[in-house]
Design a protein around this ligand. Structure first.
Ligand code: PLP
Length: 383
């Protein structure tokens, strides 16, 4: 049986598949089983920021796999301790302790539980078009994909993204937390204004609610800073991260302020904080720092914008870009253009029905970005 037939036969049919079998990656390049190369602007949904097959991560994983793979948090562990210290050092001031888990949705679940526990309140205010994951708690905080799974967790309400007045109306003394993305990823690459963030912080402070910022997609240099919060001086009480944290090895984390107290025994995990993922995360974060990936993302994002902006075809409604998080909103459905981009050797993502989203590895080269820009212009019907 071919790889495709085997997957089609034995995997649950959950995903819209592309007709390609990927067998290898390096940097921002992926190869299929016929040897064809593609420039990867999907990066495993924004995971492979340090590049595919990053040698630092590979070496760290190999060495740790020979030393100790699993070590639950009932014991102390040297590698996990170093990662915790590093996470607290690189996240915004005021975040002092972290919980380690295995994915974005798990980090959101944990943050929701911590917020309910600490405040003794039940309700959450989230943004329309926000995306926080697929498990039932995270889905309850997500305005899309939910209808088939109701009733979900009670107590969630939604306000329009980036509209401060509605936040003030909705956040009350029953609100445990406001949870927001600073740049909505799945929601179409939309950036929050500083006023909105200030309003969210003020509404939380006025009512005793906590502010949860979901940086699962924007964290770890994607937007041109280590965290998107660094663009705003936002002061979250809980910061959810995952995706790029461990160079492709599954990991998530919630980094918490001192308001998160007395949580002993209220949550747990088997795999979270395992030394293998912790070693990968330390290697990935040290790579980001050594190669200044935040500034690389900023400069390369501007390079791509400059290559696209002067020749955007008529089908483009708007180009939105922050670092190497790019959304091209079309007047048309995005899907057919994604298929054509693949024929041109470029993988990209949708973000809603009409947005083409690019989340390339931050190690992508300028030449590769020029090729991506040319492919986009050709496919979107420009010159
Ligand atoms: N939060 C945000 C902002 C995301 O973009 C995602 C995934 O795309 C998630 C949470 C869920 O992360 P995961 O797919 O690792 O569960």
């Amino acid at each position: 049986m071919s790889t495709r037939t085997t997957e089609q036969t034995y995997a649950l049919d959950l995903f819209p598949r592309r007709d390609v079998t990927i067998v290898r990656g390096e940097g921002a390049t992926l190869w299929d089983d016929t040897g064809r190369a593609y420039i990867d602007c999907v990066a495993g949904f924004g995971v492979a920021s340090v590049g595919h097959a990053n040698l630092d991560v590979a070496d760290a994983v190999a060495a740790q796999a020979r030393t100790l793979v699993t070590c639950p948090s009932i014991y102390y562990n040297d590698v996990r301790a170093r990662l915790l210290e590093k996470l607290v050092a690189i996240t915004p001031a005021g975040l002092n302790r972290a919980f380690l888990c295995n994915s974005g949705t798990e980090s959101v679940e944990a943050a929701l539980k911590f917020a309910r526990h600490v405040t003794g309140r039940t309700d959450f205010v989230c943004a329309m078009r926000g995306f926080h994951g697929r498990t039932l708690g995270a889905l309850s905080a997500t305005s899309k994909y939910r209808s088939k799974f109701e009733p979900l967790v009670p107590g969630f309400s939604f306000v329009p993204f980036d509209k401060s007045e509605k936040l003030h109306e909705q956040v009350t003394e029953q609100t445990a937390a406001v949870m927001l993305e600073l740049v909505q990823g799945e929601g179409g690459v939309r950036m929050a204004s500083r006023d909105y963030l200030d309003a969210a912080r003020a509404a939380c402070d006025a009512t005793g609610a906590l502010l949860i910022v979901d940086e699962v997609q924007t964290g770890f240099c994607r937007t041109g800073k280590m965290f998107a919060t660094d663009h705003y001086d936002a002061r979250p009480d809980l910061l959810c991260v995952a995706k790029a944290i461990a160079g492709g090895i599954p990991m998530g984390a919630v980094v918490c302020s001192d308001k998160i107290q007395d949580v002993h025994g209220i949550h747990g995990t088997t795999f979270g904080g395992n030394p293998l993922a912790a070693a990968a995360a330390l290697a990935a974060i040290e790579f980001m720092e050594r190669h200044d990936l935040a500034n690389q993302a900023k400069r390369k994002g501007e390079h791509l914008r400059a290559a696209l902006e002067p020749r955007l075809p008529a089908v483009v409604r708007e180009l939105r870009q922050i670092g190497l998080m790019v959304g091209i909103e079309l007047k048309d459905k995005a899907q057919p253009y994604l298929a054509k981009l693949m024929e041109h050797g470029v993988f990209a993502l949708p973000a809603g029905p009409t947005v083409v989203r690019l989340l390339p590895p931050l190690v992508i080269t300028d030449e590769q970005l020029d090729t991506v820009a040319d492919a986009l212009i050709a496919v979107l019907g420009g010159s």
